[in-house]
Design a binder for this molecule. Structure first.
Ligand code: GCW
Length: 662
């Protein structure tokens, strides 16, 4: 507990910090060209006060000719800022109010990291126009794929607004998040009422808290609301009654919720209704809604997670991995200017290792947003430690070859490839009402890191930890070293003891935690990994499902052959004999054994290293992470033993090193 609050303040804890000559800058503040009464400017000033008082014991006063000058600059674009210290004067220049808020957080970050502000010089412009977090919170308070308690937005089919809401908005703004979707994309009945008189007032109130921090407010929409709310017997996007109903509804929504940015829609997926029901395209559905929100500057974010979850996995030609591309590519260019397609990073579903979705950059005339998952659905449920930023970096740096010179995923979603402005990045959030927000305290590194990366894609996974650890745990170099080492290696370790070389799943159906080699929920025949007595993996080459051909060259050819396929994705793209020799000189089966033993040992090493931090970090944080490591080790052991046994029995090939396989 920090102060009087029943929840942690995470990286905004603002405990006492080394002075380093920083205090003087915060005694007086000169505000130039900004209105102190503006809601976002006011938040920036409040934050400055909170931070300076907590960390340096100084209470800033507004005045002129002060040592800290915060000034509006025409030279900077919206949301941008520049922080400069020269001759004892500190200056925050900003393009607009949001830029100022971000600039203040930048300065406070330096103080919190115990860095001197003397001589500081940094200019920051966010790389991605939209930087959102998506909540999968339900109105009954449960969270789909939530691993850290219940929702802090909803309880008993009602909306909650309290002090924690404001702290949440502060945390979000401090990492540069500028849009939040508060409810689950699977819109259950109670959530359809969020766009009715029953909830408008409270929704508006909630959205105002976000407005104070420059965060646009979004809702997930039920595509079939015309049926469920409108009393119309159709949701056909070309039906005049449907069109008219949405126009009226959107007029009402934007009038009643002033900070509304638009809507997120999951249609035609996993039982959700959508335009396919009426023989219409995804573009028909998205454009109909886009037209209804256009007069108010609203946007429609339309998810591309559309696939047939009833696929028969005994049919070797149908391939779930193909679905996103197959469903969306033909209509490239047909989407309205205020539609953004939100695309999961991989073609499947947030596995520990997947190729990059070929839709990213595959679409050349359509606004795109990348969707990643900070919630650890398939990466350890915030029990196992798994720092995801290295994975997000790989995704952003991937060359799609869509356009010479501007072809990485980062280029596509920042608007650099196509010169468009409705683009960005979204992440499924990992928060809940647990005292520490994220279940495992170390999972807050993902919460923090995603926002920082979304703002500035060039930051490295390590640089982000250099910020987060001293702000959140300790600036003791020994602590930093240990925590950094654990986090930077954690994703590979998790991968080693779970599913190998990109095959994915092997996880308990539905729950998605714990090993179940044949357990993929949409395949009751246990064949999705195609393991038999000779080999395993899915042939997605031109001789198999043809998925590899959805990429541009040279990626398509690289993935197409076993020899040139990046080895970490080998089983995603190919059916490989157990005796196939990998680049390491090991056979596939030996790789499976070795990596599973290694993964468990590494996890054990993490737990021991953490034990060494007792007394050096906050006792509650220590105990929380220690308890999680205990569970992680149990999980890693289960995975190791089940996977190794399964493939030993299938292949009949013993471990070269003669270790016991249970
Ligand atoms: O794989 C699935 C998850 C669902 C989720 C869905 C999606 C919100 O298991 O829980 O539903 O992805 O992304 O829509």
């Amino acid at each position: 507990m920090d102060g009087k609050k029943a929840w942690k303040q995470l990286w905004l804890a603002y405990g006492k910090k080394k002075e380093l000559g920083n205090g003087k800058y915060f005694e007086n503040v000169w505000l130039k060209g900004f209105d102190a009464e503006d809601r976002v400017v006011n938040s920036a000033l409040q934050e400055l006060k909170l931070g300076a008082e907590g960390m340096l014991g100084v209470t800033p006063q507004l005045g002129t000719e002060a040592m800290l000058c915060m000034e509006k600059s025409e030279k900077l674009s919206p949301e941008s800022y520049s922080v400069q210290e020269n001759g004892g004067k500190l200056q925050i220049l900003a393009g607009d109010e949001k830029g100022l808020l971000y600039g203040v957080f930048h300065v406070l970050r330096q103080v919190s990291m115990e860095k001197s502000l003397t001589g500081i010089s940094a200019t920051c412009t966010p790389d991605n126009p939209l930087r959102t977090y998506n909540h999968w919170d339900n109105m009954d308070g449960s969270i789909e794929r939530g691993y850290s308690g219940k929702s802090f937005f909803f309880e008993n089919d009602d909306i909650v607004i309290n002090d924690r809401t404001r702290d949440y908005a502060r945390l979000m703004a401090s990492i540069g998040i500028n849009g939040v979707v508060i409810n689950n994309v699977n819109v259950k009945q109670a959530a359809t009422w969020l766009i009715t008189d029953r909830f408008f007032e409270k929704v508006a109130q909630l959205s105002e808290v976000f407005a104070d921090y420059g965060i646009k407010f979004f809702l997930s929409l039920n595509y079939a609301a015309t049926i469920e709310l409108g009393g119309i017997d159709s949701a056909d996007p070309l039906d005049e009654r449907v069109i008219a109903w949405w126009k009226e509804k959107m007029k009402e929504c934007f009038a009643k919720i002033p900070n509304l940015g638009g809507f997120l829609v999951k249609a035609d997926s996993e039982g959700r209704p959508g335009p396919f029901t009426y023989g219409r395209t995804q573009a028909d559905g998205a454009n109909m809604l886009a037209e209804a929100v256009r007069p108010y500057g609203g946007i429609i974010i339309w998810r591309c997670f559309v696939y047939n979850c009833r696929q028969d996995w005994r049919d070797y030609k149908t391939d779930r991995a193909r679905a996103g591309y197959d469903n969306f590519i033909q209509m490239d260019g047909d989407y309205a200017e205020n539609v953004i397609l939100q695309i999961k990073n991989g073609p499947m579903d947030f596995q520990i290792r997947e190729p990059i979705s070929p839709l990213l950059g595959g679409l050349q005339k359509t606004n795109q947003m990348l969707e990643v998952q900070v919630a650890q659905e398939y990466t350890g449920h915030q029990i196992d430690v798994c720092y995801l930023i290295p994975m997000f970096k790989e995704i952003l740096d991937f060359h799609t070859y869509c356009k010479p010179g501007a072809d990485t995923v980062a280029d596509v979603i920042s608007g650099r490839t196509m010169g468009n402005k409705n683009t960005g990045i979204a992440a499924v959030i990992n928060t809940g009402n647990d005292e520490n927000w994220t279940g495992n305290y170390l999972a807050a590194a993902n919460l923090y890191g995603y926002g920082r990366l979304a703002f500035q894609t060039s930051l490295s996974a390590e640089e982000i930890l250099d910020e987060w650890i001293p702000m959140s745990i300790s600036s003791d170099p020994e602590v930093i070293k240990v925590v950094k080492d654990i986090l930077l290696r954690s994703r590979e370790t998790y991968e080693k003891y779970t599913s190998p070389l990109g095959i994915g799943w092997m996880v308990t159906p539905h729950d998605h935690y714990g090993c179940s080699v044949d357990g993929y929920e949409y395949d009751r025949w246990g064949t999705y990994h195609r393991a038999d007595h000779l080999g395993m993996g899915v042939d997605r080459s031109d001789k198999g499902t043809g998925y590899a051909q959805q990429y541009y060259e040279p990626n398509a050819s690289a993935y197409n052959s076993m020899e040139s396929c990046p080895e970490e994705l080998l089983l995603f793209f190919h059916h490989v004999p157990y005796t196939y020799v990998l680049k390491t000189g090991k056979t596939l089966i030996q790789h499976i054994y070795d990596s599973h033993f290694e993964g468990y040992d590494e996890a054990e090493g993490f737990a021991k290293a953490w034990d060494g931090l007792e007394g050096k970090v906050d006792a509650q944080v220590f105990a929380n992470v220690k308890e999680r490591f205990g569970r992680q080790l149990y999980n890693a052991r289960e995975w190791r033993d089940q996977v190794n046994t399964y493939f030993y029995r299938k292949s009949g090939i013993p471990d070269e090193k003669g270790r016991t396989i249970y």
